[in-house]
Design a protein around this ligand. Structure first.
Ligand code: HEC
Ligand code: HEC
Ligand code: HEC
Ligand code: HEC
Length: 120
């Protein structure tokens, strides 16, 4: 279909004007972007505007702490299993695996001598 130039300009103009109404974007690590994890999978709501992400959201797909501890049990130290007597509170998954920012390893806050890196 051939549109008059003026109409085409109007259509393009309105498409641009309506862009902010679309779902907001946030960068995700490559693997999550590739498999298409949705905002709702982690934030439990449409159009999230805050960082609140419960551990449970990650565990639905990845398994809980015991499962993750077993998965990386070959690592010393095991990032998913700090000795329970010295670490009564588990560290929340997204505290290390931040999703829209590079990951950090919270263990290093205290154990500056450990050599550990987290995958993006
Ligand atoms: C794989 C899980 C995951 C997915 C999917 C995800 N988020 Fe997040 N989001 C997080 C985590 C974890 C944080 C807190 C740490 C951080 O900022 O990276 C966060 C923080 C945020 C924040 C507050 C910090 C900021 O960047 O402004 C906003 C807003 C947000 N997410 C929006 C979104 C939107 C919109 C989508 C979908 C396009 C989305 N998120 C998808 C995990 C996720
Ligand atoms: C809807 C399911 C789903 C949710 C929710 C989810 N993930 Fe994932 N995640 C995946 C899949 C699928 C992969 C890719 C696995 C692969 O390619 O080996 C992945 C990959 C990862 C990787 C990279 C593993 C690697 O080998 O590099 C990490 C780390 C990770 N997820 C952590 C998290 C954390 C932390 C959260 C919560 C903030 C989360 N995921 C939420 C499904 C999910
Ligand atoms: C203290 C920081 C920290 C916390 C908290 C943490 N992780 Fe990790 N995670 C790591 C590190 C470091 C690695 C890299 C392990 C390696 O070198 O293979 C990793 C690896 C992973 C991987 C990739 C495993 C692989 O090799 O395929 C997944 C998936 C993952 N974590 C999910 C989770 C989930 C789910 C939680 C919460 C139950 C969690 N992590 C909590 C630091 C953390
Ligand atoms: C808030 C500070 C803090 C954080 C964060 C922390 N630890 Fe610890 N950790 C300690 C303290 C304190 C001890 C006891 C030191 C001692 O007994 O000499 C300890 C002891 C340990 C030990 C046994 C002693 C050693 O040095 O080999 C291991 C292993 C360990 N932590 C692993 C971890 C891992 C893995 C993480 C991240 C998942 C982590 N810690 C996060 C404070 C912390």
């Amino acid at each position: 279909m051939k549109l008059p130039k003026i109409l085409l300009t109007l259509l393009l103009g309105s498409a641009l004007a309506s862009a902010p109404a679309e779902e907001p974007k946030r960068p995700l690590p490559a693997k999550h972007a590739k498999v298409g994890v949705l905002c709702h999978d982690c934030h439990r709501k449409e159009n999230p505007s805050k960082a609140a992400v419960a551990d449970d959201s990650c565990m639905v797909c990845h398994g809980d702490y015991p499962a993750m501890a077993a998965y990386t049990k070959h690592l010393k130290p095991n990032p998913h299993s700090p000795p329970a007597d010295k670490h009564p509170e588990p560290i929340s998954c997204p505290d290390c695996h931040r999703q829209h920012k590079p990951p950090v390893v919270k263990c290093l806050d205290c154990h500056t001598d450990f050599k550990m890196t987290a995958p993006k």
